[in-house]
Design a protein around this ligand. Sequence first.
Ligand SMILES: Cc1cc2nc3c(=O)[nH]c(=O)nc-3n(C[C@H](O)[C@H](O)[C@H](O)COP(=O)(O)OP(=O)(O)OC[C@H]3O[C@@H](n4cnc5c(N)ncnc54)[C@H](O)[C@@H]3O)c2cc1C
Length: 475
Amino acid sequence: MDTTAQVAALPHVVIIGAGFGGLQAAKAFRKKRVRVTIIDRTNHHLFQPLLYQVATAGLSPAEIAAPVRAILRGQKNATVLMGMVTKIDMGARQVILDHGHRKVTYDYLILAAGGSTSYFGHDDWAAVATGLKTLDEATLIREKVLMAFEMAEKEVDPQLREALMTVVVVGGGPTGVEMAGAMAELARFTLIKDFRNIHPESAKVILIEAGDRLLGVYTEDLTSYTEEKLRKMGVYVRVNTRVTNIDAGVVETSGGVIHAANTIWAAGVAGNPLAKDLGVPTDRGSRVIVDADLRLPGQERVYAIGDFAHYEHPHTYGGKMIPGLSPPAIQQGDHAVKNILLQMAGKPTEKFQYSDLGSMATIGRSAAVADVHGFHMKGFIAWMAWLFIHLIKLVSFQSRVVVLMRWAYSYFTWSRGSRLIMRSPAEVVADTRLAADVELGIEPPEAPVPFESLREVVKEDEGVAWPGPPWSSTS
Ligand SMILES: Cc1cc2nc3c(=O)[nH]c(=O)nc-3n(C[C@H](O)[C@H](O)[C@H](O)COP(=O)(O)OP(=O)(O)OC[C@H]3O[C@@H](n4cnc5c(N)ncnc54)[C@H](O)[C@@H]3O)c2cc1C
């Protein structure tokens, strides 16, 4: 066994981010003669592909996340630090945590801090259109939607009740499709028996996409299947529709104005704010552009992987940019480790080759689409494949067992067991116009009433309600 001094003399690899890429890299250093420090702003590794299930009350947060410390418990050469990386000084080879409270010096650095939500230049929309990237956002969506149904149950004004039971999902990519399908199922099959005054099955879930079809990266047959399936589930699919403004309770689009208590933003992803200060080239989405071996240009010892990086080189994936998905992040985590070990051995680094595993998206219960190297699957078979793949990819055995049991139970009972509202009404409405009302001197009620500002909006825009029935398409 090494003495403390011998361990301290080992090369120190710092990994920022314990997501798919960073965690894979940390694990790949197991039993290697290096010291690894992995830093994350949260204490958990999050399985983002199932976030929409937390947002729609199908799963609990603990079922899709696991403490990083527990995952790496048995790996003696790995240290876990929970902290926000606020700066990187590549000249001094230092990572600065929590605004300078702690500095960590590295010999090699792997940037795996993932991406962020992009509002396409409208950052003010973030306060009223919740993104879906973290557990906090997923639980906020869940609680706001459930709270809106609670308010609707005691609301007497039919227009306001309708607005309370309207959810707008912006963005027709895989996340938007999954979210819209699951929201419709939550309302139409789960909540249907729980209320006496309202009819949850008449809730409006509106999916808005600026392009001319959903799931734009998939082939047209899979897109048509998805649109038709969603419409049958009661989702109002609106393609060729641009969002022009979002405010609390109102979504303005090129096709009309929608009154909705809840708007979910599933439209854009961008790089991590950390990338901006590195002084290296970034793409339009602020992802750092990396060399063929995954290093930052001009930086001998700094690698960037996963959603943090823009990887586009002629030798792989037809020269196209590698997509922001978990398999590339995992493969790049392994490759960065391989190259660091080659560097330590005094050998040249190797180019990264992407092995494309295909893509799949779930639409709802018993329906999914998949495209694996041109082989298309849809319907129940694709859904079973989706379930199986997502189950085995969950990081802990315990999560796999619990999630499998929850899915099986939900499948037969239509139940969604995680329907608790944990925040106070004030916290739930913190991002509605109520806060602005208070600022303007409008007397606040003793305890804030969630979605109160919606009442004003509905009255102001009386008569311009939109859209039509789920099966009609927009022009
Ligand atoms: C809703 C949703 C659904 C998705 N569905 C799928 C899917 O079905 N299939 C698929 O393959 N991919 C899917 N993806 C994409 C996939 O999750 C990402 O491509 C993948 O997570 C990227 O891995 P990563 O390691 O680069 O970053 P991440 O997994 O995002 O990890 C980044 C980590 O860095 C940490 N971090 C960030 N900034 C800092 C900082 N300043 N200091 C310290 N720590 C920091 C974060 O807390 C996080 O733990 C989905 C993504 C989302 C949001």
